[in-house]
Design a protein around this ligand. Sequence first.
Ligand code: 3AM
Length: 186
Amino acid sequence: MPLPEISASLNDRCFLSLKFSPEQQRLLHAYQQPAFCQEAKWHPANNLHLTLVFLGQQAFAVQQQLWSQSLEVLHELPPFELCFDQLDQFSHAKVLYLGISKPPAALMALQQQLQQLALPFLNAPVPEIFVPHVTLARKFQSADAFPLSVEPLSLLCTEVALYHSVSTELGVSYQSVETYTLVPKG
Ligand code: 3AM
């Protein structure tokens, strides 16, 4: 069976990510409070995602190969729940994110498996520790003490996607070019 076409440009950076539905993005968006930091750049709701592995610029054939290998991992994985319960920051990168105080084993194992597949193609060293997060804002600075506990948000994760970072006049847009829906088991 031929692989579906990926509308790739070699200049696009790509990444594997959890993909949220528009309704889930609306719920995540509620945690974005521009009053928190006026100078910050807040992501539009339709850009909210959870990066699993940053791939960088990759040839079309590599993207195809990685996606098809990822599918073998994803076929084994049922949907799983994540509970977002804290705001935190990567202060050196001036990023504010919504995080998970107790990441489930399913998420950590998925990230490790996908990272292993991608390793031979990565041009940069991978971070030693995977911190699952949804970036809410960049250029964020605050004197507040982080992490801050927030009203927990439980989301059922059902989709994993290959994304491209596309530069537009309105800023970067994250566009899924391949999406897989996890199948409940049993
Ligand atoms: O999911 P977040 O927002 O943390 O920061 C970029 C974004 O992460 C990250 O990939 C995600 C989608 O663009 N990213 C961009 N350039 C990167 C790089 N050179 C990078 N991550 C690691 N190394």
